[in-house]
Design a protein around this ligand. Structure first.
Ligand SMILES: NC(=O)c1ccc[n+]([C@@H]2O[C@H](COP(=O)([O-])OP(=O)(O)OC[C@H]3O[C@@H](n4cnc5c(N)ncnc54)[C@H](O)[C@@H]3O)[C@@H](O)[C@H]2O)c1
Length: 324
């Protein structure tokens, strides 16, 4: 699998091992950490390099790889606005190289990390997989282009799932936690740790409390979705297909509610600083989850409280949420 030393990747590796699989990780360790994947074979490689196809083909052949889970990508929306060409090279180029290596080595199954960012600013709060894809950022665009490359690979015999993750949060253990302040939960936790007041970007949205509504899905559930997807690929018959599935909870939480709960976990009263809306931040995006349930027999098991508790515990106390 690619990107296995990252935040989500570390949890996927853990879930795969517990399901009896033997993952091999390919990662350039740019944002990943070796201590997330102890005892797992790791090949250090930048997927976007021209030489990556030969190196990946070699990995697939040498380790007798039967399926690829492709998570490696750059994921920061604002950075993608500043460096769109680099995001294209890294994310679309990297995916093209993975597919070329799979073709060369004859690997038939792929699970690709996509994102709710492909929906952009949807017309309805709850989005299903047939909702129009209209990314608002170069990052979201690279994910949509990646999905199209994956779909095109069915003609080369590749059967696949593109999993569109919503807002991934939580942690299965302190070492696996997300330590980049690049999303709502980690940013608020970091702000509170510094004794500062969390900023809320936009309090005048047409939502019940005026703040954005998002679908926070537990990273342990996201990891389990990959195990279910690989199982479904292995059991599938007939001509290869490329299917797109939302990976979310189907329940929205407002930004203010998330901040309130994190403040409570931290033993503080709720206090927020009102900031301006961020360009391109949609009011509400929540996953329709019926298709993932039907196709994979998967649905999220952790509720908002469990997600936030596990993130807080991993960041603050080194304790792990007992819920699995
Ligand atoms: N975190 C989220 O909420 C979220 C939501 C939707 C989709 N995703 C997608 O999930 C995937 C994993 O995200 P994450 O949150 O774990 O991020 P992360 O930055 O923690 O993990 C990405 C991993 O990929 C590696 N990597 C990046 N570019 C690489 C390259 N060119 N070659 C080799 N390795 C490379 C990094 O070193 C890291 O280990 C990404 O594809 C991301 O777009 C994440």
């Amino acid at each position: 699998m690619t990107g296995g030393a990252g935040y989500i990747g570390g949890h996927v590796v853990d879930a795969l091992r517990r399901s009896g699989r033997r993952p091999v990780v390919v990662d350039d360790l740019s944002t990943g950490r070796v201590d997330r994947v102890p005892g797992v074979p790791l090949v250090r490689l930048d997927l976007a390099e021209p030489a990556a196809v030969a190196a990946l083909t070699d990995v697939c052949t040498r380790w007798e790889v039967t399926a690829v889970v492709h998570l490696a990508a750059r994921k920061k929306v604002e950075e993608s606005v500043a460096r769109p060409r680099w995001y294209h090279e890294q994310n679309v180029g990297g995916t093209a190289h993975v597919l070329a290596a799979m073709a060369a080595a004859g690997v038939p199954h792929l699970v690709f990390s996509s994102s709710a960012a492909v929906y952009g600013w949807p017309d309805t709060a709850v989005v299903d997989e047939d909702s129009p894809a209209a990314p608002m950022s170069p990052y979201g665009d690279t994910k949509l282009q990646g999905e199209r490359l994956v779909a095109a690979a069915t003609t080369a015999g590749v059967r696949s799932f593109c999993l569109r993750y919503f807002n991934v949060a939580g942690a299965g253990s302190p070492v696996l936690r997300d330590d980049e302040e690049a999303n709502l939960v980690t940013t608020v936790l970091g702000t509170l740790a510094r004794g500062a007041t969390p900023q809320v970007n936009g309090m005048d949205y047409p939502t019940p409390d005026g703040t954005c509504v998002r679908d926070l899905v537990d990273v342990r559930d996201v990891a389990d979705a990959h195990v279910a997807a690989l199982r479904a690929l292995g059991a599938a018959t007939g001509p290869p297909r490329a299917e797109v599935l939302n990976v979310g909870t189907g329940t929205g939480a407002s930004v203010l509610e998330v901040v309130r709960r994190l403040c409570t976990l931290d033993g503080r009263d709720l206090a927020v600083q009102a900031g301006p809306r961020r360009p391109g931040d949609p009011a509400a995006v929540v996953a329709a989850v019926d298709r993932a349930r039907a196709r994979l027999g998967w649905s999220a098991r952790h509720d908002l409280d469990a997600v936030l508790r596990s993130a807080w515990a991993a960041a603050r106390t080194g304790q792990v949420s007992p819920v699995r």
